[in-house]
Design a protein around this ligand. Structure first.
Ligand code: QAP
Ligand code: CO
Length: 179
């Protein structure tokens, strides 16, 4: 079987607005997708990636939170399938970005603490308690499963700022012919 070639789907692609489907088969094709998502996330300097961002609208995501120096380690990779948030509390504001909305970062308000139930790649049920950056990342990625992007959570004025910057980013990308 050949290597799976994945590309990041970028805003404003409508495919990012789909609601991802529950994973029912914890089979080789799921494992192959997860195995291809991780190197892509590492190459693109990501800390979280949902399957829908690589054009597979299934309820699967990966997260790898860096340490204080920004280093990521394979043993910190979390593969999260069919997550359900069972507890949430507090408030935290963090400047978020998204591989599907390149080069734009803005403050987003999230819960400070969350607990999720999820399944691993074999279908085993797990519970994860998260705070800090991990809690933020999990909420950001779970939003992707519902077709929600972090820019949807911005205030009216910040959303306007995004629209303006987005146009500028697109122009720059066109003129530099890198895409
Ligand atoms: C979601 O985001 C997230 O614009 C994951 O040019 C964001 O990995 C979780 C990235 C904030 C927690 C806090 C974005 C890379 C990566 C870009 C990412 C870019 C290159 C975003
Ligand atoms: Co994202």
């Amino acid at each position: 079987m050949g290597q799976m070639k994945l590309n990041i789907v970028e805003y404003p692609d409508k495919r990012l607005r789909e609601k991802s489907k529950e994973v029912k088969d914890f089979d080789a094709s799921l494992h192959q997708l997860l195995d291809a998502m991780n190197p892509l996330m590492m190459e693109t300097n990501g800390i979280g990636l949902a399957a829908i961002q690589v054009a597979h609208p299934i309820r699967a995501l990966i997260v790898n939170i860096p340490d204080e120096e920004g280093a990521q380690f394979p043993e910190n990779l979390l593969e999260i399938i069919n997550p359900v948030m069972i507890k949430k509390s507090g408030e935290a504001i963090y400047q978020e970005g998204c591989l599907s909305v390149p080069q734009f970062y803005e403050d987003v308000k999230r819960y400070e603490y969350v607990v999720i139930n999820y399944q691993d790649r074999y279908g085993n049920t797990k519970t994860l308690e998260a705070d800090g950056l991990l809690a933020i990342a999990i909420q950001h990625e779970i939003d992707h499963l519902e077709g929600i992007l972090f820019i949807d959570k911005l205030s009216y004025s910040r959303r306007k700022k995004f629209e303006k910057e987005y146009k500028r980013i697109q122009k720059e990308r066109k003129s530099s012919k890198k895409s």
